[in-house]
Design a protein around this ligand. Structure first.
Ligand SMILES: O=C(O)CC[C@@H](O)C(=O)O
Ligand SMILES: [Zn+2]
Length: 558
């Protein structure tokens, strides 16, 4: 399809939005603008209150937003059927104490109403979102304050009780649920905004705030969170930081290692490490917070976060394009960076098999003609006319050169969300396809899709689907393999093959999901042994008894 017909086909979306935008601009007088700023403090208070009042939702929501909060089809009533992690993977319990009646009495006294022991209530907290790993914890604690977390950990450390910190339980590597009977320490009730500074854009909040709630809070103040992910309706900011989650906005706003300015962390012995600064620059000694970002709850429990939030972009455009080959995706990316420059905010790709899954399992519709690959490009800027002109020039260029063969653009919020859903909901669609083996790989971009092709060839008919998608702009591939059910034989065919392949090209076996339980034994494919040894030494120093999230992230040092 030539560019002119692309404009003809989809011009309706653009024009409508453009008119609405122009009207908005006319209505937005200077007076309204100033009063909007003045109202911020009031709004902040009201929103903080709403956030505080928000009910803690025990169910897992992957998809959220105007398309509706969508609970997964997986039901926790069937969680008993998930094989115990210890059985499936043959893990030995470490010699931690068992929770006694006097331990329960202690916790009841300390956090009345925050102690859950009912096996039915505990079920969803023992099973991961993918229903692939299951622990057998008999105790869930729900503190509200840092002081309570501190008291809990001090007690557990003395008693040698293992603890599994848990946020929204949306992790994809088995890091957020217990392996045995670890006490689950949930951040769900630690969901308050502490402060927001509209000059600096720094938000300080408790670790259990749900990402989407924070984003809504900020949007009303003309700001946004610097990260966005499919699990936003359930995941907690503390869990995001503990995982160093990347997500869909990393290309534009960078990783949490840059946007997180400060952390408050409770160490295994209960001491509170207050690094909750809001400074952009602070070179006084080692940057200790970095140690906890991405440590998956193994070094301390993150209780509060200070994070730098960007202004809400005034103009957002989205292009969803069809592409005939992976090399054309790469060339389009290079062209895109050159022509869109500072307004480029996402460059995502998915293959045709992903499209088939979202269409067949979620009944979404493909807005462009069938193609081997699809690209989603988002721009976020401050001037609609300028941004649209840039995007149109870019689209004309890639269509004229044949890099892109079909496409559609959206500037209207609803349509943007509809198009984003095609990419964001792939994870959800995969869960309808059977058991999912997940790989989250960083590679030099030009090698990214070769891994999918080689895996497909290697597995042949033993896998149901082998799909590739991800954050191409960040060099991050999500390789997912589905099968009717879990199979050791299939797992052996995939691992260590995928890790060896990744190591050969000096990639990372975990780009943004962490190592958790499932990948900890493969760390050496991406890190030299000396660095793993040093990590183990840090762990031993900060948590000598190993009570924090045991069986996760690092192979044991013995
Ligand atoms: O399910 C996956 O493999 C990826 C999930 C998430 O990181 C995404 O980018 O959609
Ligand atoms: Zn991702």
């Amino acid at each position: 399809m030539a560019m002119s017909s692309l404009v003809q086909c989809h011009v309706g979306w653009c024009c409508l939005t453009l008119q609405r935008w122009q009207m908005n601009c006319q209505n937005r007088t200077l007076a309204a603008w100033t009063s909007a700023t003045a109202q911020r403090t009031h709004k902040q208070k009201r929103l903080a209150e709403q956030l505080r009042m928000a009910k803690v939702r025990p169910s897992i929501l992957w998809r959220a937003g105007p398309l509706g909060r969508r609970a997964l089809h997986t039901s926790f009533t069937s969680s008993q059927e998930v094989m115990l992690t210890s059985e499936r993977y043959g893990v030995q319990r470490l010699p931690f104490s068992h929770v006694s009646d006097s331990d329960l009495a202690f916790f009841e006294h300390m956090i009345p109403g925050g102690v859950i022991t009912d096996p039915e209530e505990l079920k969803p907290f023992n099973v991961d979102w993918l229903q692939s790993v299951r622990g057998s914890s008999k105790l869930l604690l729900r503190p509200r304050t840092t002081a309570q977390v501190s008291e809990i950990l001090r007690y557990c450390n003395e008693r040698n009780l293992a603890v599994n910190p848990q946020g929204g339980n949306t992790g994809l590597v088995g890091g957020s649920v217990p392996v045995f009977d670890e006490i689950i320490l949930s951040t769900a009730l630690m969901n308050q905004v502490i402060s927001f500074d509209s000059v600096s854009g720094v938000l300080v909040c408790q670790a259990g705030c749900i990402l989407e709630n924070l984003n809504q809070y900020l949007e009303e103040l003309d700001f946004i969170m610097p990260l966005d992910l499919g699990a936003k309706g359930s995941c907690h900011i503390g869990g995001n930081v503990a995982t160093n989650a990347g997500g869909l906005r990393l290309l534009r706003y960078g990783s949490l290692r840059g946007t997180v300015l400060g952390l408050e962390v409770v160490l295994a012995n209960g001491s509170v490490l207050n690094c909750l600064t809001s400074l952009r620059k602070d070179n006084t000694g080692y940057d200790l917070k970095q140690l906890f970002i991405g440590s998956e709850g193994t070094l301390g429990v993150i209780t509060a976060v200070s994070i730098l939030c960007p202004r809400k972009p005034m103009a957002v455009n989205l292009a969803f394009l069809g592409c005939q080959s992976f090399s054309q995706i790469l060339e389009t990316f290079t062209t895109c960076k050159g022509m869109l420059g500072e307004i480029l905010s996402a460059y995502e790709f998915m293959d045709d098999r992903c499209m088939k899954l979202v269409v067949s399992h979620l009944k979404l519709s493909n807005p462009v003609t069938e193609s081997p690959f699809f690209i989603l490009i988002e721009t976020s800027g401050s001037n609609t006319t300028h941004d649209q002109e840039k995007l149109n020039n870019f689209l004309e260029c890639v269509m004229a050169s044949g890099l892109v063969t079909d496409g559609t653009v959206a500037t209207d919020d609803k349509k943007i969300k509809t198009l984003w859903a095609l990419r964001e909901r792939i994870t959800e669609a995969l869960t309808y396809d059977g058991y999912v083996f997940k790989y989250d790989i960083s590679l030099p971009v030009e090698k990214l899709y070769d891994l999918v092709i080689d895996t497909r060839v290697r597995l042949g008919r033993s896998a149901k689907n082998v799909v590739g998608y991800g954050h191409l702009g960040d060099g991050n591939l999500h390789l997912n393999i589905t099968a009717e059910s879990y199979s050791h034989t299939l797992l052996d065919a995939i691992e260590p093959f995928v890790y060896e392949w990744t190591a050969k090209y000096r990639g990372s076996i975990s780009a943004e999901h962490g190592l958790g339980f499932k990948k900890k034994h493969y760390i050496q494919y991406s890190k030299p042994w000396e660095t793993v040894l040093l990590m183990q030494q840090f762990k031993a120093m900060l948590d000598p008894k190993g009570i924090l999230n045991p069986y996760k992230t690092l192979p044991s040092s013995s």
